[in-house]
Write a protein that binds this ligand. Structure first.
Ligand code: ATP
Ligand code: MG
Length: 575
């Protein structure tokens, strides 16, 4: 492809709207343009990179027995009412009506549509298992679309759905998809990790997320440095080390004045007690019910664990007014003694000690010497807080490290949630009617491109891992007005193309400085630099984008040397 005849609108300046590096670089490298909030146009280079990603996904999905189809983006509201999600999905579901006043939505995911398809065709155990997938545009009206392709409203997803006769079969389908995902992300040349995940609002019994490791990731993952345990922070269970001996003696409750001391830090400083001897009382509204959670002052509550414990669809922190109503005090003084909520849940860790400080449900007052079992009525002790680096691995007791990741894939074992709701049943060997057991498997194709750049860039631009790079190499003719340079560059371009090497040829009449800058910005793994001086000497340079290394090669040995260097670069990415 000739750059002069192509469409690569690179930008010199950082676009003001872009907050993260992948967004900045995708715009600057002329790979995407914004149409409106969270909705992007993919330009040729960006689209080609997305095709590279999609091709690898397709090959591995096919290899593991999934079959490609394509489903509509617009879905009838009736199907969502049948599954029960029309009411509960929330505002991310873009709903609209057609001219007849019938409800529709733009698909954020396709469980309903696929289950409707399959229930119409599959009637017998002989037709199972089946796993169908598509690569298609999704729409989620995200509350804060941001970071370019990372969290768009319209984005490209690969979604697959498996249907099995029994649990054993469903587990096998899940394992196959796990293996397919491992192989997809490895082949893409990305550093990633599969982690245990929460199944979230889609529901189901178990799930894994695939995280591209990058400091800028929105997700935190807990990884054991000794065994293979890795989990999303939302999911990571905490293993409690039980304390030896009985809890300390605990004098009677004593109210003390703590004027204007709201936060744990302020109270701890004021009373001269360590933060771990303070109990935080957090108030929530769970599906309309007022509840409270107790965690140690130096810990963070894990809202996902709380939501799962309560089986709540909607969980939100109490408003100022609710806090005032339920605790009789402004924010910062709520406590478990005499609190006006329906239920109090305590984090397990609080079980092993007594003599805590808690809010007194009165402005500017706290209690000393709080004994949980003695002074409050709680529903019980549960694993409710977030794991930290000082906790042991819940599997092997080894040290835990927290790192950042970007969720690019998610696999769920759904069970019969949708097949029961939508009556997708089959007749088994004995003629008995049973619901199919389902799994669903997503990859954020457009997010993979953003995540790839978050992980692979430097101050000059993108550094594409070769499997994702839109072209294998960039050929630069430094001064195309010089007829020998032009001639040689053309010859090299022809020779590379004849070898099946997909090459972008910067034949523009631009200064070398501009070309070098653009070359690094768009980040193809290899550059072949043809200059007047070199050509006179009978040489060109091959530059490796990720290392910056430049290798001089003779004009008559370009193809074999290029292939040799290319092989080394692929090996660097483990592919
Ligand atoms: P997140 O937690 O990031 O909002 P999710 O868990 O809601 O994502 P899934 O329903 O698991 O997303 O969707 C499958 C995949 O689609 C995700 O793993 C992610 O890679 C991608 N994805 C989800 N939402 C978006 C979005 N708004 N923009 C781009 N990709 C997305
Ligand atoms: Mg997810």
């Amino acid at each position: 492809m000739l750059w002069s005849k192509y469409y690569i609108p690179t930008l010199k300046e950082d676009p003001a709207e872009a907050e993260i590096i992948s967004h900045k670089l995708l715009l600057r490298a002329g790979m995407i343009r914004k149409l409106t909030s969270g909705i992007y146009i993919y330009l040729p280079l960006g689209w080609k990179a997305l095709q590279k990603i999609s091709d690898i996904i397709r090959q591995e999905m096919d290899r593991f027995g999934a079959i490609e189809i394509s489903m509509p983006a617009v879905q009838p509201g009736d199907l969502w009412k049948e599954s029960g999600r029309w009411e509960v999905y929330g505002k991310e579901l873009l709903r609209f009506k057609d001219r007849h006043g019938r409800d529709y939505c733009f698909g954020p995911t396709h469980e309903e549509v696929i289950t409707d398809l399959v229930r119409g065709e599959i009637k017998s155990y002989r037709q199972l298992p089946v796993n169908l997938y598509q690569i298609q545009t999704k729409f989620r009206d995200e509350i804060r679309p941001r970071f370019g392709l990372m969290r768009g409203r319209e984005f490209i997803m690969k979604d697959a759905y498996s249907f099995d006769r029994d649990d054993q079969g469903a587990n096998k389908s899940y394992e196959d998809m796990y293996a397919a995902y491992m192989s997809i992300f490895k082949r893409l040349g990305l550093k990633f990790r599969a982690v245990e995940a929460d199944s979230g609002p889609i529901g189901g019994s178990f799930s894994h997320e695939f995280m591209v490791l990058a400091d800028t990731g929105e997700d935190t993952i807990a990884v054991c440095t000794k065994c293979d345990f890795a989990a999303n922070l939302e999911k990571a269970e905490v293993k409690y080390a039980e304390k030896e001996g009985s809890p300390a003696e605990c004098p009677a409750l004593e109210k003390v004045s703590t004027p204007g001391k709201h936060s744990v830090e302020e109270v701890a400083d004021f009373l001269g007690v360590p933060k771990e001897k303070i109990v935080k009382t957090l108030l929530y509204e769970a599906d309309g019910r007022p509840v409270a959670v107790l965690v140690r002052g130096d810990r963070e509550l894990n809202e996902v664990k709380l939501k799962n414990l309560l089986g709540a669809l909607d969980l939100r922190l109490a408003s100022f007014d609710q806090v005032q109503k339920w605790s009789n005090a402004p924010v910062g003084f709520a406590g478990p003694v005499g609190l006006n909520v329906e239920a109090i849940y305590a984090d397990q860790e609080l079980m092993f000690d007594t003599d805590y400080v808690v809010g007194a449900n009165e402005a500017d007052a706290h209690y000393l010497h709080f004994h949980l079992q003695r002074d409050a009525q709680i529903e019980g002790f549960f694993d409710l807080r977030q794991i930290t680096e000082s906790d042991p691995c819940p599997r092997c007791g080894g040290p835990i490290e927290l790192t950042k990741g970007i969720e690019v894939g998610h696999i769920f074992k759904l069970g019969t949630k949708y097949s029961e709701a939508l009556k997708a049943t089959f007749l088994d060997e004995n003629g008995k009617e049973k619901p199919m057991i389902m799994g669903c498997y997503g990859i954020g194709v457009s997010r993979v491109l953003a995540a790839c750049i978050e992980q692979n860039h430097d101050e000059n631009g993108i550094i594409f891992p070769p499997p994702i790079a839109p072209y294998d190499a960039l050929l630069l003719a430094l001064n195309p007005k010089d007829s020998t340079v032009k001639e040689k560059a053309n010859e090299i371009y022809e020779a590379l193309s004849a070898q099946g090497i997909d090459c972008l040829f910067d034949d523009r009449d631009e200064r070398p400085g501009v070309k070098f800058k653009d070359a690094d910005l768009i980040g193809l793994p290899l550059q072949i630099i043809v200059g007047a001086k070199g050509v006179k000497k009978g040489v060109v340079e091959i530059k490796i984008r990720h290392s910056g290394e430049r290798i001089e090669v003779g004009l008559d040995e370009i193809i074999p040397r290029f292939k040799e260097v290319q092989k080394k670069v692929w090996a660097h990415y483990g592919v």
